[in-house]
Write a protein that binds this ligand. Structure first.
Ligand code: GLN
Length: 221
C-alpha cells in the first residue's frame, strides 16, 4: 500500500497518557484529525461549546486528547494520508476512547464499506455505502430528526448506512435512514453537523466524552 505521508502516525506509541483536565466540557481536550477535509469548522464548533481543541496531525497528539473527531473530506484520501500504520494507531484509539466521524469520518469508522469496498477502522458495526445519493444530488440540505426534534442536515456527497448491528443506537434519522448512530464510545453522522448553526450533535459527542471520562475515572479508583 502506498503511504505518501504517514504523518508520524505509528502504531508503537506508548498507551494513552490520561492527562485529562477535569471532567466537564470546559477543560476537555478534543482532537480533530487535521490531515484533510473541513477540520476547521469542527474546531470552531467544539470551541464554541467550551472544549479545548487540538488539531491532530501526528500520532503523539492522540496520546493527549480525551476524544477525537474525524471530519468529512474524502475517505480514500484519508486512507492514503494515514498509511497502514496511521490506520492501525487510529484503530487502537477507537477501541479505547470516544471517537466521532462525520461523513468521510463515518465511512472510516464502519465495519463494512461499499461503493467501492475499502479498508477502515472496523470500529462501528454498520455497513455504509459511499456517495449513496447519486452524482446529480452531490449536496442537499434536508430536514431530519434528532431524537424526536427537527434538525437541519447538510449532506455533501454523503454515504448511507444500509445495515446496522444489534448494538447500534440510532440518534437521528432523515426520512427512514439512520444518519447519526452510536455504539459505545463510537459515534458517526453521515451529514455535516459542523456546517449548521445547531450545536446538538457536537454537544452529544462532548457528553459522551464526559460520560466516558467519568466511568474511566471511577474504574481507575
Ligand atoms: N464522498 C466522500 C467519501 O466517500 C465523503 C464526502 C464527505 O465527507 N463530505 O469519502
Amino acid at each position: 500500500m502506498v503511504t505518501p505521508r504517514a504523518a508520524g502516525f505509528s502504531p508503537q506509541e506508548t498507551p494513552q497518557s490520561m492527562d485529562r483536565a477535569g471532567g466537564k466540557s470546559d477543560g476537555m481536550k478534543i482532537g480533530v484529525l487535521a490531515l484533510q477535509g473541513d477540520f476547521e469548522a469542527h474546531r470552531k464548533r467544539l470551541e464554541e461549546l467550551g472544549a479545548e481543541v487540538v488539531l491532530v496531525k501526528n500520532s503523539e497528539q492522540l496520546d493527549r486528547v480525551d476524544g477525537l473527531v474525524i471530519p468529512g473530506g474524502e475517505s480514500s484520501t484519508f486512507l492514503q494520508l494515514l498509511g497502514e500504520r496511521g490506520l492501525e494507531r487510529l484503530k487502537r484509539f477507537s477501541r479505547q476512547q470516544p471517537i466521532f466521524g462525520t461523513c468521510a469520518g463515518a465511512i472510516l469508522l464502519a465495519n463494512e464499506i461499499e461503493n467501492p469496498k475499502q479498508a477502515g477502522l472496523g470500529a462501528l458495526d454498520i455497513r455504509i455505502r459511499r456517495n449513496a445519493y447519486g452524482r446529480q444530488i452531490d449536496s442537499s440540505i434536508r430536514q431530519g430528526k434528532f431524537g424526536a426534534a427537527p434538525m437541519e442536515m447538510v449532506f455533501i456527497r454523503a454515504p448511507k448506512i444500509d445495515w446496522l448491528g444489534p448494538k447500534v443506537e440510532v440518534l437521528a434519522t432523515e426520512g427512514s435512514d439512520p444518519v447519526v448512530v452510536r455504539e459505545g464510545n463510537v459515534m458517526a453522522a453521515t451529514f455535516h453537523p459542523e456546517l449548521s448553526a445547531d450545536k446538538r450533535v457536537h454537544q452529544a459527542f462532548l457528553s459522551l466524552v464526559e460520560e466516558f471520562g467519568e466511568n474511566h475515572d471511577a474504574s481507575a479508583e
